[in-house]
Design a protein around this ligand. Structure first.
Ligand SMILES: Cc1cc2nc3c(=O)[nH]c(=O)nc-3n(C[C@H](O)[C@H](O)[C@H](O)COP(=O)(O)OP(=O)(O)OC[C@H]3O[C@@H](n4cnc5c(N)ncnc54)[C@H](O)[C@@H]3O)c2cc1C
Length: 435
């Protein structure tokens, strides 16, 4: 009898892993709380199209489902300084509506033999001894040889694992952004040269907002490190309208809340009979998204690992997936966490200083100082020393981020719980805490 795999939640990477494993003869079922037509969001996302197309064995995305996004402008908290990014024609960023994207992935999984149980809410994992042996759903218990956790940031599977598994259960303050995103109609036909405006510490609050002017609509995102109230959303929208008089009053799409992980991934994401993938393992980049791409890449790695080990679902065998993800992707993107947390820790005046004096430039915002050369560093030093307190806070964040990245890329080779715990503690010590 083929081994039974349960995927908890129809997250992107989980569904891709499900498809690849079903093709190899595993018995795979995805349990998803929503109706099929409600999965995904009514907004557009930026991601690497090639990664998804290769994963679903397609050549191109359907016409009409995607478009190019315009030039970008980062705006400092005081709004005095604007850092502009012009994309060359071959470097323009593509965005695509989320629902057609998730439909393509689910269609591919169904045609690969994956079964879907929609409208099936998962409540917790079932644990026996030191292993996950199934899930508990609102409709009853389901046993499984292996549970792939793709249920997103607040996965009920991950957060109900026993402490002895040493898997972080809940994000800390600053690890996620609470977002609200809505597409409004346009009150006037205005088309700015930099249609994508990104605001750091928008209206002097910890977080990030954007205002994107499209041909027929305006896409507004309000992101904060604390949960958003209705009053806050209305107030921030009104403030946007004050200096963008083309922002209409009517919501034409979206208008919902969502949570975005903005931290390094879990360092340990596997246990006996369990592996997390995508947002449930916080697989995004702390500064510039990429959650969809990283989730799919992780799903492919996980499937490869399971196939190579002939369906060995022990933590020992799954550790290979854990390590490979961190070595190939998770380690590098973890570098951004130190810089992001240092910025969030600072008063907004400090962020203004860094922008006004070109200590932070567009390349830092996109790459967290990854490609900085000696001359660039020296220039930053000269400019930054006018306010050493803020400057050293940023350098501290970059150094901590660098150490986190190195540690994550060099996880213990063998699955030994004591060695792994010790390595996890070293990573945790590099965290820049946010007040
Ligand atoms: C406002 C906003 C904008 C974003 N923009 C981008 C972008 O431009 N580019 C990008 O790459 N990423 C973006 N992201 C992040 C992106 O959504 C995620 O990183 C990405 O979807 C990967 O997450 P996932 O597929 O693992 O999980 P998710 O997309 O969160 O999917 C989890 C699934 O599990 C289901 N589920 C949850 N709980 C249960 C339960 N108890 N029982 C059963 N099912 C359950 C959910 O319904 C959902 O279908 C954005 C996120 C937000 C909120």
């Amino acid at each position: 009898m083929s081994k039974k795999i349960v995927v908890a939640g129809a997250g992107h990477g989980g569904v891709i892993a499900a498809a690849k494993l079903a093709k190899e003869g595993f018995d795979v079922t995805v349990y998803e709380k929503k109706k099929r037509e409600n999965i995904g969001h009514d907004w557009e996302d930026r991601f690497d199209f090639r990664t998804i197309l290769d994963a679903v064995e397609k050549d191109e995305m359907p016409d009409g489902a995607w478009k190019y996004r315009g030039n970008t402008m980062f705006v400092s908290p005081s709004k005095r300084t604007e850092v502009k990014i012009d994309f060359a024609p071959d470097k323009r960023q593509k965005v695509m509506w989320r629902k057609p994207l998730i439909n393509i992935i689910i269609d591919y999984a169904e045609s690969s033999g994956v079964k879907f149980a929609f409208e099936n809410e998962i409540l917790s994992p079932i644990i026996k001894g030191n292993a996950v042996v199934g899930i508990c759903t609102a409709n009853g218990e389901v046993s499984a040889d292996f549970v792939i956790d793709a249920a997103g940031v607040f996965s009920p599977v991950r957060k109900n694992l026993p402490d002895s598994f040493s898997i972080e259960k809940m994000p800390k303050r600053g690890d996620v952004f609470y977002g609200y995103r809505a597409y409004f109609d346009k009150a006037k036909d205005v088309n700015p040269e930099y249609p994508f405006e990104v605001y750091l510490y928008h209206e002097r609050e910890q977080g990030l907002s954007w205002f994107m002017t499209g041909d027929d609509y305006v896409d507004v995102l309000i992101g904060r490190i604390d949960p958003l109230t209705d009053e806050k959303i209305n107030e921030q929208t009104r403030l946007f309208r004050k200096n963008h008089d083309w922002l209409g009053e009517n919501i034409v799409s979206g208008g919902v809340r969502g949570v975005i992980p903005v931290r390094r991934s879990l360092s340990k994401m596997v246990a006996n009979g369990y592996a997390a993938v995508g947002d449930s393992a916080f697989m995004t980049t702390p500064m510039n998204g990429m959650g969809i791409e990283l989730s799919v890449k992780a799903g492919l790695l996980l499937a490869k690992n399971v196939i190579n080990s002939n369906g060995d679902f022990s933590a020992n065998a799954l550790w290979e997936y854990n390590n490979e993800y961190l070595k190939l992707y998770g380690g590098d993107v973890a570098r951004n966490e130190g810089l992001k947390n240092s910025l969030l820790k600072m008063p907004s005046d400090g962020v203004d200083f860094l922008f006004d004096n070109a200590v932070i430039q567009s390349s830092d915002l996109a790459g967290a100082g990854r490609n900085m050369n000696f001359k660039a560093l020296l220039m930053k030093f000269v400019r930054g020393m006018k306010q050493p307190k803020y400057f050293f806070q940023i350098i501290h964040g970059l150094i901590k981020g660098g150490k986190t990245a190195r540690l994550m890329k060099h996880a213990p080779k063998k699955y030994d719980e004591r060695t792994i715990n010790c390595w996890q503690n070293k990573i945790e010590k590099q965290r820049v805490e946010i007040r």
